[in-house]
Design a protein around this ligand. Sequence first.
Ligand SMILES: [Zn+2]
Length: 286
Amino acid sequence: MLAARQDRRRARRGHRPARRALWSAALVLAMAVGVPALERTGLTDGAGVASAEPRRYPTPGFESGGAPLGAPEPVAVPSASWSAQERGADGEPARWDPCRPVHYVVNPAGMPPGGQEVLDSALERVSRATGLRFVFDGTTDETDRATPYDPHRWGDRWAPALLRWNLPEERGEGHGEGHGAGEQGAGGVVLGRGGPVMARTSSGRAVVVSGTAGVTASALGDLGDPEVRLRVRAVWLHELAHMVGLGHVEDAAQLMNPQFTGVPGFAAGDLTGLAALGTGPCLGEV
Ligand SMILES: [Zn+2]
């Protein structure tokens, strides 16, 4: 079957006991692995095969060139303290095709004054760390990326990644439904969610084809406060890193710890992982 499905079992595998955030006693900063991956099987098998069924994936290789569009910045202090959000049957981390741009759209609802600058700064940082090129496709009113191939809306290509500011406020415990967010707890407010949407090729490779990242702007505070601005940028960095394929680590010195520990930006392990995710052959088979 080529039907996309939500794989919550996989998304919940990263359950971690919650810890108190150090930055604020009042607000536990729980960041969650976001959207469950949509998986496909036999993706390349069906390409070009005539069928009465509507295709569930675009023509492979849209915009994929013969070489990576960029290169990750050199990693000053390599570290093993990172994890891949997902790996294919070949053992390789799921990653975006480095040889085509990463298109994204923004749902600006709830974006506070100064938000655009913070988001642009975070995107630029992730781009430098991975070598991936982000291309802004405009604003949207979408709130999820449940259908990564929607030709009526986006044409014959994967839907652009969706970034949003208006995640509904929720506590870290008890919601239990959707988004695979199992690791937060202690009654903390969930400040962000992010994750890749993946396709799996018949050769067992996992390729990120779309994704989501978002923050709960209503729980973040006034961006006029420099400390808040730094924290919001850190939340975006964390969620965008999920979107490009980085998973959580227990190491509290890394931004990819599931709880905010006061790390304002990417640390050595985060950067090593982001560079790895941005390095490799073109993935034009999806
Ligand atoms: Zn996370």
